[in-house]
Design a binder for this molecule. Sequence first.
Ligand SMILES: NC(=O)C1=CN([C@@H]2O[C@H](COP(=O)(O)OP(=O)(O)OC[C@H]3O[C@@H](n4cnc5c(N)ncnc54)[C@H](OP(=O)(O)O)[C@@H]3O)[C@@H](O)[C@H]2O)C=CC1
Ligand SMILES: CC(=O)[C@@H](O)[C@H](O)COP(=O)(O)O
Ligand SMILES: [Mn+2]
Length: 381
Amino acid sequence: MRNISLLGATGSIGQQTLEVIRQHPEQFKLVAMSFGQNVELGLKAIHEFRPKFVAVQSKEVYEKIRYDCPENIDVKFGEEALVEAATYYQADLLINAVIGSVGLIPTLRAIEAKKDIAVANKETLVTAGHIVTEFAERHQVNLLPVDSEHSAIFQCLQGEKQKNVERLILTASGGSFRDKTREELVDVTIEQALNHPNWSMGAKITIDSATMMNKGLEVIEAHWLFSIPYDKIEVLLHKESIIHSMVEFHDGSVIAQLGTPDMKVPIQYALTYPDRFPLQTTERLNLAKVGILHFQTVDFERFRCLKFAYESGKIGGTMPTVLNAANEEAVDAFLKGSISFLAIEELIEQALLKHEAIKNPSLEEILEVDQITRAFVQSLI
Ligand SMILES: NC(=O)C1=CN([C@@H]2O[C@H](COP(=O)(O)OP(=O)(O)OC[C@H]3O[C@@H](n4cnc5c(N)ncnc54)[C@H](OP(=O)(O)O)[C@@H]3O)[C@@H](O)[C@H]2O)C=CC1
Ligand SMILES: CC(=O)[C@@H](O)[C@H](O)COP(=O)(O)O
Ligand SMILES: [Mn+2]
């Protein structure tokens, strides 16, 4: 039996994690969970899974749910509560599925508490990858990828030696606007941007996918998870999202991981690694039915956010922190209808141009740069 703490239980990854747990009640027990504002889904999960500890984002949410929770469930609110859920003493494994860099401190505290971590929350690795990976190494904690591309690479690397890797090839769907020119992006709507062709995901990552910042964040995530230099990480457009990523080795052999687009597969693999369990609900891949798979090189002038991410990653230090914080603020503003789609990349560019990177930053410096960047981007909106 694995005891699980799940941060972000009401989100897209959170709900699919609960489905995986639901399918394997003998193997997994939810002992702690967190959610933000979604009282309805939060209470549903509490009543079904009966975790011992629940963290919610705010006092208002706490007040709304406290009398509807069974008495023996400990409910708290705020950032400290999120850390308490992440480090819950009975949990063996943390699944970090919150959105944004709010996941950073809980991740670091969970590593210190020697919890293995299934990492969905990619912003944490982007904003402070050197600190998270150094912490994990020092405390001998496993960081298990959940992101579909990184799970694919992780699976391709099983039994392989790191020294034999030539390059990683991250596949990208191209997002909601993959067939549009830059001119056609001028007046796209929020609804159009939220219409991802292959994956049903939370709003923020769906917009990231449309700008291809998602792939940029994933390049940085791959750099940290697999200790590989940026010039050995490539992005390949593959509109079907059937090949989830590939690894090329020195001998020219390429290993790929395939499957229908279903996040429950990588989520479950992170929970069962190095074993595999059956997964009843996933649609099986039928390549004869798929017929043709498409591949295309990326145009970095069309997808400028991807270019910004490579550049920020290569500069390193606090530059990816700025990239991430500016992106979080800009996407939030787009989702609120305050800025246009193309303004997202403009705001990020402004923030990057203004910043002088601090090399090998401390956690305090990362948190400070994150706040300054957010304030700067907000001042431009
Ligand atoms: N969705 C997907 O298929 C994939 C997602 N990822 C990554 O996984 C992470 C989660 O994505 P996704 O599930 O789509 O996101 P969602 O927006 O669907 O869910 C986010 C979760 O975090 C909670 N949350 C949001 N803000 C806060 C906060 N300030 N404090 C505490 N909790 C908060 C939300 O609570 P509530 O809703 O109750 O307010 C919700 O439970 C992201 O980093 C994303 O990039 C990676 C690969 C695929
Ligand atoms: C499911 C998943 O892992 C997402 O991050 C996915 O990769 C989004 O697809 P694109 O960013 O390739 O559009
Ligand atoms: Mn992904």
